[in-house]
Design a protein around this ligand. Structure first.
Ligand SMILES: *Cc1c(COP(=O)(O)O)cnc(C)c1O
Length: 448
């Protein structure tokens, strides 16, 4: 390794520091314009919820990244020095989530693919997925060669346990319980049904990283939990993902799948036993040390990020809950919700659209539900198009008979059409909370 003196430390540090300042300055635009900004005179504070993770970038991410750069060790398994960023991140993440094992991977989508491989899900199997969620919950099932079966969401905006049970067949192997839009699923009911019917539960916590359900961290309740660290989620490294489990065999199979089918001694040491799973064809979803460095620093701030989001969301919910006739999102554990947004339901799509238009006129960050897709009505899903026309998912008798489209999720489509989402920012001020409360109360009254 070359000496410290040869390295342009100052320049690099200054560059990173300037970048961090610019990024957080943009994200904190509201702080800069409150209380004396231009919008102030018009009566509305400047409201920009921003991206949560980057709002917390500081010297800790910078220092951790510099350590990797200065060591010249961006690869997790070898290189100069002893690369430990990903390894330490995995250990800290497992501890934080209350699971025995964690695996760092390249994305939440990759983590879902690992989950399907770990559970040995393949052709002939069915996996139940909510009709409204992100693409990856559907693509992981298709890539496994299994058949995705959609279940309705309910007013939690997550999987309806009763419809999940109705969709079980003798071929069902697993359910993906997605904690969407910052709010946990009805986990007691989902776990009870899954145990009784002997199904595996994968928790997709990509949109609820750091959330909990009745005191347990999301991801630790089912057989496998997955997370995303893409910029729109909570803690972030731009891209990245993780999987947690407390089952040594599932962990071994996930670790194998994420690394071509091979397994490193590190993972065998963690499970504390010789491996039980033979090698099989895998992928390369290995996390690099630069990502591990950023995530290690972000993990230390996760409770703070979630705490701040939660505080503002709870304040806004408290301020609007006695609005006459308002129907808030049903929250199975409000204390476990990460407070990504506040949600309420209007009587129909027309009043929802008017409500959103008026809130936007008032500079409130209001929108229909966002960040996911109504999967059963997407053209490529309706037409069961995989990457090859003879893909096994849709070749079985059940796959051929499967009819996706609006008929398979009418309730989900209705709920989607009626809900309003108002984003929450970790860096909001009390003045912004109060402004949003008043805007929501008045707008709701106008269009209810
Ligand atoms: C973002 C997301 C994923 C996938 O994560 P990536 O890191 O973007 O691959 C999976 N599930 C849900 C619900 C998501 O929101």
């Amino acid at each position: 390794m070359s000496t410290q003196a040869e390295k342009p430390n100052l320049t690099r540090r200054q560059f990173l520091a300037a970048g961090c300042a610019a990024a957080s300055g943009a994200a904190l635009g509201l702080a800069a314009t409150t209380p004396a900004g231009a919008a102030e005179s018009a009566g509305a504070p400047d409201i920009d919820p921003g991206y949560v993770g980057p709002q917390f970038f500081d010297k800790q991410e910078e220092q951790a990244l510099l350590e990797v750069l200065e060591a010249g060790s961006p690869f997790r398994y070898w290189g100069p020095g002893r690369p430990l960023k990903v390894q330490r991140f995995e250990e800290g993440f497992a501890r934080h989530m209350g699971a025995r094992f964690a695996l760092g991977v390249t994305s939440g989508t990759a983590a879902l693919d690992c989950a399907m491989a770990a559970l040995d899900i393949g052709p002939g199997d069915e996996v139940i997925v909510p009709a409204y969620t992100w693409w990856s919950d559907y693509t992981c099932v298709v890539h496994a060669g299994a058949l995705p079966v959609f279940a309705e969401i309910d007013r939690t905006l997550n999987l309806d346990p009763a419809d999940f049970e109705r969709k079980i067949t003798p071929r069902t192997r697993a359910v993906i319980a997605v904690h969407l839009l910052g709010g946990p699923c009805e986990m007691d009911a989902i776990l009870e049904i899954a145990r009784r019917r002997k199904l595996a539960v994968v928790e997709d916590c990509a949109q609820c990283v750091g959330g909990s359900y009745k005191g347990k961290k999301l991801g630790s309740l089912g057989d496998i939990g997955i997370y995303s660290f893409q910029i729109n989620k909570t803690m972030t490294s731009g891209e990245g993902g993780a999987l947690v489990t407390s089952d040594p065999l599932l962990y071994e199979r996930a670790a194998r799948f994420h690394d071509m089918g091979t397994i490193r001694q590190l993972f065998l040491d963690r499970i504390g036993a010789p491996g039980r799973a033979p090698m099989f064809a895998g992928e390369n979803f290995r996390m690099n040390e630069l990502t591990g460095a950023v995530l290690g620093a972000q993990l230390a701030k996760l409770d703070t990020m979630v705490g701040q989001l939660r505080r503002h969301a709870l304040a806004i919910y408290d301020g609007i809950r006695d609005t006459p006739g308002i129907r808030l999102r049903q929250r199975p554990d409000p204390a476990g919700d990460i407070g990504y947004s506040v949600f309420f339901e209007m009587k129909d799509k027309e009043s929802r659209d008017r409500c959103i238009r008026e809130l936007r006129n008032r500079k409130a960050p209001a929108s229909p539900l966002g960040g996911s897709v109504l999967l059963p009505i997407e053209e490529s899903v309706v037409n069961k198009r995989a990457r090859h026309p003879n893909w096994p998912s849709f070749l079985s008798p059940e796959g051929r008979a499967m009819r996706y489209g609006p008929e398979c999720c009418p309730r989900t489509l209705g709920i989607y059409d009626r809900f309003v989402q108002v984003r929450v920012g970790a860096k909001y001020t009390q003045r912004i909370d109060d402004y949003l409360i008043q805007a929501i109360r008045e707008t709701h009254r106008q269009f209810a």
